[in-house]
Each structure stands twice: as C-alpha cells, then as structure tokens.
Design a protein around this ligand. Structure first.
Ligand SMILES: NC(=O)c1ccc[n+]([C@@H]2O[C@H](COP(=O)([O-])OP(=O)(O)OC[C@H]3O[C@@H](n4cnc5c(N)ncnc54)[C@H](O)[C@@H]3O)[C@@H](O)[C@H]2O)c1
Length: 378
C-alpha cells in the first residue's frame, strides 16, 4: 500500500494506545479523526488529531459519523470494565480485567463481565459494519493476549504464547472471550467482503508515558514507577512476586500496528515483547531507576495468571520485525513521565506520598452508563 495521505479514523482515539497511534499518523502527514466517549487528558489537543468526535461507539449513528470518508479505521476502543482495582496487581493490568479475576478480584470481573461484554460486543460489531458500509479499505482490530487459554499460563516459566494456541482452550475470563469473538467478527468481515482488508493484533501488556498512572486502572509498569517514586521504606508487591509477564513499550506497539496494517498479513499476530520478567524483578528495576532504596513487601492481593509471554516467531516471519525496546529503556521513559506528573501534583499542593503509595477502589458500572457527551472538535 502506498503512503499517500490517508484519512484515518481511530475508534478509542482518546485512549492510551489510540492517542499514541493518532499522534504518529499525524506526524506522518495523515488526516486523523479520533472518536471516543472520553477526552484524552495527557496529550495537547492539537498534538494528535485533526478532528475529535466525542461519542459512544456502541451507537451505529456515531459509528457512521466516525468512519465517514475514511480510508483506514482502527478499532482501539474497548470498555475495560471501568471499575475496581487497586494499585499494583501483578497481573499486567491493574484494572483487574485479566488475571486478577482468578486471584482475589473475582467479585469484580464477575459483577462487571456483563457490562464489559455488552459494551465491547456492540463496539466491535457496529464500528466494523459502519466501516464496511462506508467503503473503508483497511480495518484494524485491537485484540489481546487475554484470548489465550488460561491453562497455558499456570507456570512462572511462561509458555511463549504463539498465535495458534488461541483456540486450544478457554480464555481466562470474559474480557478474553469477547476479544476472541471480536477477532472472529473482524476476520469474517475480511473474508466475506472483497476489498475490505482486516488486520488483527494481539497486544501483550502495552505501557509507556501518557498512560493511566493512578486511580486504579493503571497497568503494572506505571503503578510500579509511581510506587517506586512515592513509597516510604517498603514497596508492596501483591502475592509472592514470582508471577511473570512481558511488557511492550507503546512506541513498539504503534510500530507493530502500522507495519501489520500496511502488510498483506490477514492472520492475527502477537504484538508484544518477549522479554520475560517476574514482578519482583520489575519492582527492583523500578526502584533502581527511581534511585531509591526500598524493601519489597509481599502482601495478599490479585496475582493473575502465573506466567505469560509473547511468542514472536510469527511476527518476525510475517513482518520481518518484532518489538525491540528493552524493558529498562521503556520503564525509564515511563518513570520520567510519571515523575513529571508527580511534580505537577506536588506543585498543586498534593501530598503525593500519602496519595499515591496507597490502593484505591473504583466503582462498578452498568451498560447504560456512558463515558462522555457527544460532539465534534476540530
Ligand atoms: N493496553 C494494553 O496493555 C492492552 C492489552 C491488550 C489489549 N488491549 C486493547 O487495545 C485497545 C486499546 O487499549 P488502551 O490500553 O489504549 O485502552 P484505553 O482504555 O486507554 O483506551 C480505550 C478507549 O476506548 C474508549 N471507549 C470505551 N468504550 C467506548 C465507547 N462505547 N465509545 C467510545 N469510546 C469508548 C475509552 O474511553 C478509551 O479511551 C483496547 O481494545 C484494549 O482492549 C490493550
């Protein structure tokens, strides 16, 4: 595909990955419309879009408005549950949507599974149908490592999850089930409708600056950076800290998404790092980068699956590329950004040590609860 100036729609373009992707596309000279039911609070508005539509992508009219006149559409929108969880669960998503369900946050995912599946299933069907009707040429679906079977993630010596394992057992929770279903919907559209190219990326724990870093929905790298900077003497790790994960820096994720989008690869690909790390080692790295001396303190809490890693054999083969930013480098960049956020908070009179070394619980939602007003900004 040539690199003419494209008109691009990013569903969920106010979110973490969506806004980084939008900024990259704007930098490359493309015209970008971000659509989200919430605004992004970390980027300057003129930094990452040409037009911002504030609207609910469960609504087919909003989806039609979103994709109108676009060549490419990225579906980066998902309701992650929008609730519970506390700081540093060691599962890779401190919002408890993933593994936390298995180890202490059972009530959370159980009581919000219906909302999450309802909302995401609507987004995943309405946006793609609107894109097809509008004659969009390429469509990207953001899937997740959560589609892989729970039974393959029971050891800290994580099995590298290669793409073909996805059908070999049940995902660990309803979020993963819905993502698997969303993939199937997207792939069916790609198969059935000529000229409508579909690409699917399975993200593995994406992190970096301009991501949520407080409030309960932040992921482990951000939570650990914040805790390393604000904890006093001890640093809490949930569980025994031997759980393992890999974390992919957001710039690598955006590279992977765009390479996949431009490729002729119509099968789902992992977009994740294969640098495996235990939560204890991640905590030690964060403490070292923060220049602190803190002792790890293991406390009861959600731990998620025991081990999860990305297998990058297929992406190397198909795209001749794989994520390469090291965890140390990515965490350092994330730490710098979170440090700047903390400094702003301090300057505003917040006692960041008291505020951010502690856990926080966010409430549950029902499907009819929306995320924002409707409108357009240019
Ligand atoms: N970040 C990760 O580690 C990770 C891992 C696996 C998969 N994913 C997937 O990647 C995509 C992007 O993730 P992210 O980390 O940027 O999450 P995010 O929560 O920052 O972004 C998702 C965006 O979707 C928006 N949204 C949700 N429901 C909406 C609706 N009904 N109408 C309009 N907007 C709506 C949210 O407001 C949010 O801005 C999601 O599909 C997510 O499931 C992310």
């Amino acid at each position: 595909m040539s690199d003419e100036r494209l008109r691009v729609c990013i569903g969920g373009g106010g979110g973490f990955i969506g806004s980084h992707l939008a900024r990259r596309l704007v930098e490359q000279g493309h015209w970008v419309r971000c659509v989200d039911w919430a605004e992004n609070t970390y980027f300057a508005t003129d930094e990452f879009f040409n037009e911002f539509v504030l609207g609910d992508l469960r609504d087919p009219d909003v989806c039609r408005r979103a994709v109108d006149g676009c060549d490419w559409v990225f579906n980066m929108a998902a309701d992650m549950g929008g609730m519970v969880r506390v700081l540093a669960c060691a599962c890779g998503h401190s919002d408890a949507r993933a593994g936390c369900a298995r180890a202490g946050a059972q009530g959370f995912i159980m009581s919000n599974a219906a909302t999450l599946m309802h909302n995401n299933a609507l987004i995943d069907t309405q946006l793609i149908e609107a894109a097809r009707q509008a004659g969009v040429k390429r469509y990207f679906y953001a899937s997740s490592a959560c589609v892989y079977p729970a039974r393959m993630q029971e050891s800290t010596q994580a099995i590298s999850l290669c793409e073909s394992y996805a059908g070999a057992g049940e995902p660990e929770d309803d979020y993963g089930f819905e993502k698997r279903w969303g993939e199937r919907v997207a792939l069916a559209y790609g198969k059935d409708f000529e000229g409508f190219e579909v690409r699917v990326g399975r993200f593995h724990n994406i992190y970096g600056p301009q991501g949520t870093w407080r409030g309960g929905r932040e992921k482990v790298p951000a939570a650990f950076c914040r805790k390393a900077l604000t904890s006093d003497e001890t640093f809490e790790v949930w569980g025994d800290g031997e759980q393992t994960r890999s974390f992919c820096f957001v710039d690598d994720c955006v590279d992977g998404v765009l390479r996949l989008m431009r490729s002729d690869c119509s099968e789902p690909l992992n977009i994740g790092s294969d640098e495996l790390v235990s939560m204890n080692d991640l905590a030690r790295l964060a403490i070292e980068l923060a220049g602190r001396t803190l002792e790890l303190r293991h406390v009861k809490g959600p731990q998620g699956v025991r081990g999860r890693n990305s297998d990058n054999t297929l992406i190397r083969k198909r795209l001749d590329w794989a994520p390469s930013i090291t965890l140390k480098d990515g965490l350092q960049r994330t730490m710098c950004w979170i440090d700047a956020q903390l400094q702003q908070e301090r300057a505003a009179g917040v006692n960041v040590e008291a505020e951010y070394a502690k856990s926080r619980v966010v409430q549950m939602r029902t499907p009819e609860a929306g995320g924002g007003a409707q409108g357009v900004r240019e």
